[in-house]
Design a protein around this ligand. Sequence first.
Ligand SMILES: C[S@@+](CC[C@H](N)C(=O)[O-])C[C@H]1O[C@@H](n2cnc3c(N)ncnc32)[C@H](O)[C@@H]1O
Length: 407
Amino acid sequence: MKKNSLKAKLSGKIPEEVINTVNRSFEIVGDIAIIEISEELEQYQKQIGEALLEVNVSLKTILKKSGIHHGEFRTQDLVYVAGIEKYETEYLENGVRFKLNPGKVYFSARLSTERSELMEKLDEKQRVLVMFSGAGPYSLTALKMKPNLPLLTAIEINPDGHKYALESLALNKNMFKKTPEYKSFVKFVKTHKLPVMEKETLPMFNKTKVNFINANVRIETREFTSKFSNKKIDFYDNNIFDYEFSNIYHILDQLKDTKINIDVEKIHKLDEFINFYILFFDKFQWVAKIKDKDYLFETAIDKTVFLDYLRNQSTRKLEELHKYDEIYMPLPKDAELFLDCAFRSAAPNAIVHMYDFVHENDFPMKSENAVKKAADKNGVKIEIIETRKVGQYSPRKYRVCCDFKIL
Ligand SMILES: C[S@@+](CC[C@H](N)C(=O)[O-])C[C@H]1O[C@@H](n2cnc3c(N)ncnc32)[C@H](O)[C@@H]1O
């Protein structure tokens, strides 16, 4: 018996006959190990946890699973066993730092290779949508491995998951590349002797436009895309270009809730115009007239889409800016129920990755049939690329991923 093995550390602390029944496999997230303890071994859990800490010196805390992943948020209950009593940790995966509490948001370190393999294959010109983003492992790995992506939207319903994804995004902010426009903006600020840039404006210059959406406020992909339907809006006729730049700052507070009117066809100096709006990004509600339709741009996401439209108006239609070329659906329990949303958000030739749980007797037909049925219902033509086994879920049941293409 090796001196530093779990067996050796447990010897003399728990009955010899139960030592061999201790489950040696466990999951590590940062400095927390998550173990499984059978009912028979519960009385020895403290000793098992402490022995594990002795064997793995980088671990600080041992928690145990209490039941399986459950509910809409797919979380698992965790109980403290040994070491420092804490539930939050920092974890490094594929060069990305994550902060999370594995009891409050779904997270599986076992899927790290799946993520790196998928992002390795991702073309960096694609607009990416992660429909069930959790603490952000798919989204942040995509950003890390493909820093030139034009657009990434991540949607998560669990407010804790969303909070941790945002915190991890901040931890990794050095992985963002700035756009070439950044220099011109800095020059603009200096020329007009404008005060220091607001924090909110800086992410506008990241090469990748990033939207993390908390779907708990029920902005689902469906509503998100339909926001840009033909909406008529009343607005105050308050043309801020009548003011000198320096005056704008004095009246900013009064203008905070003002809806401002933008007639896209009458913009002459596009660069200056875009810089101006970036500077006042979190102020005003914008109402833009585009080809005789009025659109309201209220939230940061709406405004990002609008500015992207202005930069690309010769090549893209506004509605198309809400379409994605690569869509990840990592919710094996229910992803197929959201295929309608995926079809609505998909650009022509988009690739969709739908996860599923499948019994070995139904592999791969169950997932492929679900995709084909939903495609027929939505009048969309698709081609299945491959249905892959990604891991074992339970005896004879697999976590699989059905990769398909929109034709
Ligand atoms: C299996 S977890 C995967 C999380 C993450 N992508 C990962 O791999 O770690 C599925 C996630 O989908 C979220 N979810 C469930 N229903 C949702 C919905 N309708 N809209 C957005 N997110 C949802 C859950 O809260 C959960 O965090």
